[in-house]
Design a binder for this molecule. Structure first.
Ligand code: ARG
Length: 245
C-alpha cells in the first residue's frame, strides 16, 4: 500500500514537472497587431478572427521558424509603445521602418514596399498634394500618413484612432481627403465607388516586423524564416490573395 501511494505521488510529481512542457520546447511568441488596417490586418466580421496579409505572413514565418504564435489585437499607439517596452515579443502591423522608431525598437528585414496616397470623393477638385492646402485631411494618428500631412503647411489634419473612422468621415463629407498607405487606400477605393485615389504616391516606405530591442535570437530566426518565405514566393501569393490592383 505504502509503495502504491509513493508511486502515485511520484507519478503526480513527474507529471507536474512535464506538463508545462507539453507544447514541446517552443515558447509562444506574442505578436501585437492593430487589426483595423485592411487588407493587411483586420477582424473578419463573420468569424471574429484577425486575418489579413500580415497574419498569413507571420504564420508562414512562424511555421518555418518553428515558433508558436498568439496574435494580440492592440490599438496603434499602445502597440508601438508596447513593442518599445517589451510588452509584446513582436508586432506585425504594416509598420513602416523609420529612424525615430529604430531608436526605440528593432526591425526585421523589410517585407513589403508601400507609400502614402491621397483618397478623396470622385467629384473632388483636389488633384494632388498642393490641393490639400486649406482642406481637412484625415489620417490614423501616429502613422506615417499623419507625419506626411502634418508636415504640409496650411493643411488641417484630423487624427483618428482607426483609419476606418477617417473613411466614414470622408464618405459623410466631414473631411476633404484621407491620406494612408497605398494598399489600404486601394481597398477602400475598390469597396466604395464614390472614392478615388488622387495624384502621385507621396512616399516610399518599407514594412518590417518590429521587436523589442536586443532579442537577437528571435530576430535572426524571424529574418531567416522571412528569407525562406520570400524565396518560396509566398509574398507574391499573399499579394495575389489579399491586394487589389
Ligand atoms: N505604415 C504606416 C506606419 O507605419 C501605417 C501603419 C498602420 N498600421 C495599422 N495596423 N494600423 O505608420
Amino acid at each position: 500500500m505504502k509503495r502504491l501511494i509513493w508511486s502515485i505521488l511520484a507519478a503526480v510529481i513527474v507529471a507536474g514537472l512535464l506538463l508545462p512542457g507539453c507544447s514541446g520546447d517552443t515558447d509562444i511568441v506574442r505578436v501585437a497587431t492593430d487589426a483595423t488596417w485592411p487588407p493587411f490586418e483586420f477582424v473578419d466580421t463573420e468569424t471574429g478572427e484577425i486575418v489579413g496579409f500580415d497574419i498569413d505572413l507571420f504564420n508562414a514565418i512562424a511555421e518555418k521558424a518553428g515558433i508558436e504564435v498568439e496574435f494580440v489585437n492592440v490599438e496603434w499607439d499602445p502597440l508601438l509603445a508596447g513593442v518599445a517596452q517589451g510588452t509584446y515579443d513582436a508586432a506585425i502591423s504594416s509598420i513602416t521602418i523609420k529612424a525615430d522608431r529604430l531608436e526605440k525598437m528593432d526591425f526585421s528585414d523589410p517585407y513589403y514596399v508601400a507609400g502614402q496616397i491621397i483618397v478623396a470623393k470622385t467629384d473632388t477638385a483636389i488633384t494632388g498634394a498642393s490641393g490639400l492646402v486649406g482642406k481637412t485631411v484625415g489620417v490614423q494618428s501616429g502613422t506615417t500618413g499623419d507625419d506626411e500631412v502634418s508636415a504640409m503647411s496650411g493643411v488641417n489634419v484630423t487624427g483618428y484612432d482607426e483609419i476606418g473612422m477617417a473613411f466614414v468621415a470622408l464618405l459623410n463629407g466631414q473631411i476633404d481627403a484621407v491620406v494612408c498607405d497605398t494598399p489600404v487606400a486601394s481597398g477602400y477605393v475598390s469597396k466604395y465607388d464614390t472614392l478615388k485615389t488622387v495624384g502621385e504616391v507621396l512616399t516610399t516606405e518599407e514594412y518590417g516586423i518590429a521587436m523589442p530591442k536586443g532579442n537577437d535570437e528571435l530576430m535572426s530566426k524571424i529574418n531567416a524564416a522571412l528569407a525562406e518565405v520570400k524565396a518560396d514566393g509566398i509574398i507574391d501569393e499573399l499579394v495575389q490573395k489579399w491586394l487589389v490592383d
